[in-house]
Ligand binder design. Structure first.
Ligand code: HSE
Length: 463
């Protein structure tokens, strides 16, 4: 009886978290992908080796790597490491305890590697947001079936400990909202547009020249990257995976320099936000450019910085800010996951101990309500406003304010000048305007002969 009790005490002492047994032997790592992040992880593990040993009681040791080009100078020393041309071979290597997947992409080698590693009983750490956002349900099943952790702190907001904050720090609270500024490229572009009055395409080109934006920037500027991150955050916040294809996504290509000027006149700033919240109709989850009050904490987050906000029943609102990308911040997040594994402190994927919950679908954005900013380019002649407001009246849409700016360049400071017969008209609706009514009204307004350009509609949020 006594010995059984002692045995169970010992087991409980050894077992921390969901899956791992604490050990003092080195934790041997196989790293797949030696790009900016992979090289950053190798450098951090080397420079902080003593500190990590003190914190975990173990040596975190890279023993094997896989990348495309063996000869490339990455600023790290890979001599003495086992090199694999095929990343999948890392799984068979009996010297590798943990797979670090830094290849990227929702399919192909990255997905196969993670699945194979879990099936082989090897814990996985990844920075791959697309993989978790699209396949988080199936991967959680594998992780649970094989009792192997899959950790992904670096997948959301780079160096900001967003996953830990939600899954551990806020584990006691019922979350009502989650989201934030989740894409540094968009935040940089919107910030520069606001500060310089330059147009989107000019700022994007400059950002590409400086290496802040990808040569193919569509994943960032069309909102997909932020949607991957929001899908993961919402899954963690609400305890079950969210179907990625149900998240509504709008990018920032249509935002013009003049929208920033008008927003500023009205006391707002424009930010690309990912937001998920529980409503009476179900889960709302969308990535959209928004007008937010200029004094809101999120409005102060500029440049390449990210910020994650959450609101819980007991905790109220919190915001954490930091660098959402780059070798250093991302390596810090990847290594924090390795520390968890070394300490035997690894959580289940969606932070729940029950069976892996089935994915939930976000409700269509058309079922929601919001306040809207609508910018129109219209002919400057009598009756135009009457034509437009007649459409709004027919859809039951009430205006809160309306601004017609004169066409002179000096009034709009750095905005473009307008042909004298066309003027910008900015309408702000009441909050609780039906999204579907607004979409239908804007389509009809856009078709009016007096409206000379595609209307720009931006939702207003108070994050
Ligand atoms: N491309 C992302 C961004 C960083 O611009 O924030 C990696 O997710």
């Amino acid at each position: 009886m006594v010995s059984l009790h002692l045995l169970s005490l010992l087991i409980n002492l050894l077992k921390v978290g969901a899956y791992n047994i604490v050990s003092s032997s080195p934790l041997r790592l196989g790293i797949a992908g030696l790009g900016t992040v992979g090289a950053g992880v190798v450098r951090l593990l080397c420079e902080h080796a003593d500190l990590l040993k003190t914190r975990t009681g173990r040596l975190l040791q890279v023993v094997a790597v896989s990348a495309r080009d063996r000869t490339r100078d990455r600023g790290i020393d890979v001599t003495g490491l086992q090199w694999y041309d095929n990343a999948l071979d890392l799984v068979q290597d009996s010297n590798v305890d943990v797979i670090v997947e830094l290849i990227g992409g929702a399919e192909g080698v990255a997905r196969t590697l993670v699945e194979k590693a879990l099936k082989a009983g090897k814990p996985v750490v990844t920075a791959n947001k697309a993989l978790i956002a699209l396949h988080g349900y199936e991967l959680a099943m594998l992780s649970a079936d094989y009792q192997v952790p899959l950790l992904f702190e670096a997948a959301v907001a780079g160096g900001i400990p967003a996953i830990k904050t939600v899954r551990e720090g806020l584990a006691a609270d019922r979350l009502l909202r989650i989201g934030g500024i989740l894409n540094g490229t968009c935040n940089h572009i919107l910030t520069v547009m606001r500060k310089t009055g330059q147009e989107f395409s000019t700022v994007l080109k400059e950002a590409q020249d400086l290496g802040y934006a990808e040569a193919d920037p569509s994943t960032d500027i069309d909102g997909l990257d932020a949607a991957h991150k929001l899908t993961i955050l919402a899954g963690l916040a609400f305890g079950r995976p969210v179907a990625f294809d149900s998240v509504y996504v709008e990018g920032i290509r249509h935002i013009a320099a003049q929208d920033h000027i008008f927003a500023q006149h009205l006391g707002y700033r424009i930010k690309l936000l990912g937001l998920a919240r529980k409503t009476q109709n179900g889960l709302q989850a969308h990535v959209i450019p928004c007008l937010i009050p200029q004094y809101a904490p999120l409005a102060q987050v500029d440049g390449v910085f990210n910020a994650v906000i959450a609101e819980g029943e007991f905790v109220g609102r919190i915001m954490i800010e930091g660098r959402g990308a780059g070798a250093g911040p991302t390596a810090s997040a990847v290594t924090a996951d390795l520390v968890d594994i070394a300490r035997g402190h690894a959580m289940t994927l969606w932070g729940v101990q029950s069976e892996v919950p089935e994915p939930v679908r976000a409700c269509p954005i058309s079922t929601g309500e919001a306040a809207f900013y609508l910018r129109l380019q219209v002919e400057d002649r009598p009756g135009v406003i009457a034509d437009i407001t007649a459409v709004l009246r027919d859809y039951g849409i009430s205006l809160q304010s309306m601004l017609q700016y004169p066409a002179e360049k000096e009034t709009l400071s750095s905005a473009e000048s307008y042909a004298s017969s066309y003027v910008p008209l900015v309408l702000m609706t009441h909050h609780l305007t039906s999204e579907s009514a607004m979409q239908a009204a804007v389509a009809q307004i856009g078709a009016l002969r007096v409206v000379t350009d595609t209307p720009v509609m931006i939702r207003i949020e108070t994050p």
